[in-house]
Design a protein around this ligand. Structure first.
Ligand SMILES: Nc1ncnc2c1ncn2[C@@H]1O[C@H](COP(=O)(O)OP(=O)(O)OP(=O)(O)O)[C@@H](O)[C@H]1O
Ligand SMILES: CC(=O)C(=O)O
Length: 665
């Protein structure tokens, strides 16, 4: 890898390139950020001249910093004397790691301005066209189909409606998540609900069709073998509880501890134990095939206990040629010792707090939630927090304060998505519940600093260069208060950027509809479908025109363009590229200049200077770099500097990419 070019281009460009064979450079170039003591030249403006007043154009005048023969090559280490300055700089960076003016004003539509996504379970309250449209308009990003309920015909209807919505609303697509029933243990049907009182005897039997006032069937034949005398049985995650007193060949006799009303087909858990059933049952395989046929975007796989089941499902999907991502539901006691391997094998995880809090002591749930979110974040995987988030809104139009806090905590902890279950499936106020979730998430996000770099992110991806770019693109866009525009065919780079949690929106342009839908789950990503043309500049212009037309970026607003990721689109395979640019409607030259309004922005000064007196550009660029502008210089140098260091085989990347510039300021 070598630092080939740092280009301040009307705005700001950085180019990095790898040696084509991917080998390490023998020497690393060190550049000092101050004084620009590397060769600096003025390039010609590449501004697109246009007489059409509605085509966005990129302001573009350039300075290059380029390694040349004889350029300074020594590495400049951090000296003890430099530390106070570095500390000061870090403080400064912290200060600017907040959305700038541009980011604040970015989106007017609720579904886009919010970063944390909302998953809604679709059920009897919401399975009509009208309600799906309304849910989407108030903020649903993912529609969840719970295969524990309903049949294929009813789920097919919902899938068709969501697809119809997506085909009509290209800038706000809804992903579809199929949630498997899994090896759920449920009580059988009852002619009518029965009331259980504390202290009374009650029997669960594996005989079929039993439903009396003192006995009911269980749908799982090994139930008698799995439970022991003294075990605590929980109904619906603890709404009622019973202690096992004795067993026969086919029955488990219990004493009711906490009574209540037992209805048909209720969830049964044994505290501290998972059923010995396989995670994917016969019914689940049938449902999974239904998902393949309907090209759903995600499976949420219930009661995953180990990574083997994820591999089995992924192999099946590969054999089918199905591009469906796998979210593991962490809800089984047995999954906890295997968390790392399970999440590694999956594309994401759901903290399924309902069953989790039944199989494990309830006080473990918040701790596990935090742990699972942290693990997913550090591994670059999506993470969803689910269950009881606005439970009281099933019956009431306003949430409890504790529920509001619960959403805020999930947002702060960094969940990609928060999920509604009964609230939208069979609640009385599904739209209000989504609005509350939306408002609370937005309010909480407004208090968060950007770029909360996930712990250990660098260990995950083989494509390390992309990771470095995602990190630095995040730093740069936060510094300037811009959103990020990324072009992606697989979604990889958009997901990577999402995991660095930039302050601005990640506008992910993709030419794959499935990728667009999938990205709807990811924090901060606004997925947009667009055909890519062979010409990069033309595609950029089209993308920016689209953003401007939709009101997603304003005239004169800066955005960061990122070209990196596993599959190069227009760049050469060895190069990666970030540009930060001001995009504006082309106007007569002397007007266009005055539209770039960032006083701290290099794009502004460059355009202005080039405009007025090209001869002064070089001189002024050197002499007038103000603090935030030199920030950009540092970012550029930081990429050049930190990438080879982190890639060195002698020091494998065991820590997150460098967050501070390793030189004196
Ligand atoms: N497709 C559906 N058809 C009918 N009712 C549904 C459907 N989906 C959900 N529901 C109703 O909404 C309730 C809440 O949905 P949820 O997805 O939380 O299911 P659950 O059975 O409570 O829990 P789990 O998520 O563990 O399966 C369900 O108990 C059920 O009554
Ligand atoms: C969502 C789910 O399945 C649970 O919380 O148990």
């Amino acid at each position: 890898m070598s630092f080939s070019q740092a280009v301040f281009n009307g705005t700001f460009h950085i180019y990095l390139s790898c040696t084509s064979d991917g080998s390490q450079p023998k020497q690393f170039l060190s550049l000092r950020p101050y004084g620009l003591n590397f060769p600096s030249v003025l390039l010609k403006s590449t501004q697109q001249e246009s007489s059409q007043s509605h085509r966005p154009s990129r302001r573009s005048s350039s300075i290059t910093a380029q390694q040349s023969a004889g350029a300074q090559r020594e590495v400049v280490p951090v000296m003890p004397d430099d530390v106070p300055e570095i500390e000061e700089y870090i403080q400064y960076l912290r200060g600017i790691q907040q959305p700038g003016e541009a980011a604040k004003a970015m989106w007017s539509r609720p579904t886009v301005r919010r970063k944390t996504k909302i998953v809604c379970t679709i059920g009897p309250s919401t399975n009509t066209q009208e309600m799906i449209w309304k849910l989407a308009e108030v903020g649903m990003n993912v529609a969840r189909l719970n295969m524990s309920h309903g049949d294929h015909a009813s789920h097919q209807k919902v899938i068709d409606l969501v697809k119809e919505y997506n085909s009509q609303h290209k800038d706000n697509v809804i992903a579809i998540m199929l949630d498997t029933k899994g090896p759920e243990v449920r009580s059988g049907d009852l002619p009518q609900p029965i009331t259980l009182k504390s202290g009374q005897e009650f029997t669960f039997t594996i005989q079929r069709g039993v439903g009396t006032t003192d006995s009911v069937s269980v749908n799982y034949d090994d139930f008698v073998n799995d439970v022991e005398v003294g075990d605590m049985l929980l109904v619906d995650g603890g709404m009622m509880s019973l202690i096992v007193k004795s067993k026969t060949e086919d029955s488990v006799k219990c004493e009711v501890v906490d009574g209540g009303e037992l209805k048909s087909r209720r969830h049964l858990n044994v505290r501290g134990k998972s059923a010995t059933l396989p995670s994917i049952t016969e019914k689940d395989w049938d449902d999974i095939k239904f998902g393949v046929d309907n090209k759903v975007d995600f499976y949420a796989v219930s009661f995953v206990k180990d990574a083997a089941v994820v591999h089995e499902l992924k192999n099946y999907l590969k054999d089918c040629g199905a591009d469906i991502h796998v979210i593991v539901k962490i809800e089984s006691a047995d999954s906890i010792p295997n968390l790392h391997s399970i999440i590694t094998a999956a594309d994401g995880a759901m903290v399924a707090r309902g069953d989790l809090g039944a199989e494990l002591p309830i006080e473990e749930v918040p701790l596990l939630q935090e742990k699972i979110i942290r693990m997913c974040r550090s591994m670059g995987k999506a993470v969803i927090v689910a269950t009881n988030m606005l439970e009281s809104m099933i019956m009431h139009p306003t949430p409890t304060r504790a529920e509001v806090s619960d959403i805020a905590i999930a947002v702060r902890e960094g969940a990609d998505s928060v999920m509604l279950s009964g609230e939208t499936a069979h609640g009385k106020f599904p739209l209000k519940a989504v609005k509350v979730m939306h408002t609370v998430a937005m309010r909480t996000e407004a208090t968060l600093l950007g770029a909360q770099t996930p712990h250990n992110l660098g260990q995950v991806f083989k494509n390390h260069m992309s990771e470095m770019f995602a990190f630095h693109a995040t730093m740069m866009s936060n510094t300037l208060g811009t959103s990020i525009v990324v072009f992606t065919r697989t979604g990889f780079m958009a997901i990577l950027l999402s995991h660095y949690r930039p302050s601005g929106t990640v506008f992910a342009f993709t030419n794959e509809k499935r990728v667009q839908q999938r990205l709807a789950l990811y924090q901060g990503v606004c997925p947009i479908y667009m055909e890519f043309s062979d010409d990069a500049e033309e595609t950029f212009s089209d993308a920016l025109a689209l953003l401007q037309k939709q009101g997603m970026v304003r005239e004169g607003e800066e955005v960061a363009l990122v070209q990196s990721g596993r599959q190069p689109i227009w760049r050469s395979p060895s190069s990666h590229n970030i540009q930060v640019g001001t995009y504006m409607i082309a106007l007569p030259k002397n007007l266009a200049v005055s539209m770039t309004v960032y006083p701290h922005c290099i794009g502004f000064s460059m355009c202005l200077i080039e405009w007025w007196d090209p001869k002064r550009v070089h001189r002024t660029a050197r002499g007038s770099i103000s603090s935030p502008t030199s920030e950009l210089v540092r970012s550029a140098v930081s990429i050049a500097f930190s990438s080879p260091l982190s890639l060195s085989p002698a020091s494998p990347l065991t820590t997150p990419p460098l967050q501070r510039p390793p030189w004196p300021l």
